[in-house]
Ligand binder design. Sequence first.
Ligand code: ATP
Ligand code: MG
Length: 376
Amino acid sequence: MTPRPRILTGDTPTGRLHVGHYVGSLENRLRLQRDHDCYVLVANVHAFTTRAEHPADIRRDTFELVRDSLAAGIDPDRATFVVQSEIPAIAELTFLLAMLIPYARVMRNPTLKDEIRSKRLGEHYSFGFPLYAVGQCADILAFRAHLVPVGEDQAAHIEMTREVARRFNHLYGGVPSTTHDEDHERAGGVLPIPKALIGRVARLPGIDGVEKMSKSRGNAIYLSDSSEEIRKKVARLHTGRQSVTEPGDPDNALFQYARAFLPDPERVRELADRYARGDNIGDAAIKHEVAAAIDALVAPMRARRAAITDAQVLEIVREHTRRANAVADETLRRVKQAMRLDFDVPRDVFVGCNPARVEDRFGSSPQPHSVLPRER
Ligand code: ATP
Ligand code: MG
């Protein structure tokens, strides 16, 4: 039996899931989990890039993200949830891959530049902030994923992942640089070259009508919002239009919402046509329809969400992350072997080091200046 193609996808616990996630990535995850080996990463280490002072919030949102995903229909018997901080191979791989990506290449990454601007990080972001782009390459490659369902904002990260995987396979797997992406594994490369899968809506604007909808920009409609919250948020969407007879822009943020959420495309066309002509159609009426459609989409999720406890989430992530470690450890083993870093030192010497056992193994106690970590 040929193994199912593998997917890696994920979110940062900087808040709950919003409707931009749904149309940008979650919808694809729900479809693909049926016949793909699907890993859903909660990037809790990367959340520290912007929230280092708030570890309790990161922990809370780690639970919230899993709860949102389950409520939206991610099936824990098919997909695997992965808590990033619990996968040591990812951290190790980040360091190794960082050697293969020029610093200037990371800093040129348009997604990073955009985040620095729109999240107002100024010049004070941590060293870990740009490093997260390399870490994301490691997330994807640790699982040897073939496909990465993402919104458009992540495309630049996936492109960097593809570049580093090609370079790795060329340097350490002898894969000729002319090899097609899909042939890398057959040619002896350790790492498949992953592809981005952009969602039905590549970039949903936030309710500010300008920036991308984002958890950390205060402009999101959450999957867990109440009907009333949804109505109020959609009502705030600014179009700049003054009257029902003023011709409007049928590509503005309101219409991007209409296209994303109204179930009947014919109805959207009709509304857009009247809007463009200023044919006695107010923003409020369209907003009412859009809010009702979003509410109908998330109402069943809201109900399922309420029944999912923290204890259930914890049980799932513990079980799943253990499974995920087996895959990531195997990747790291292959990576280190390819890089001639395979010394086969048993891990239990280093992990939770016990002097008595070290003595058993080496015939003497560790010296005072031993590089082995002390038992805590
Ligand atoms: P943050 O503000 O902390 O960066 P975010 O809202 O951008 O949070 P992420 O966790 O960074 O959410 O992204 C999770 C996934 O959802 C990524 O694949 C991303 O491309 C996608 N995504 C996020 N926002 C949107 C959006 N507005 N439209 C389409 N896809 C999106
Ligand atoms: Mg983001």
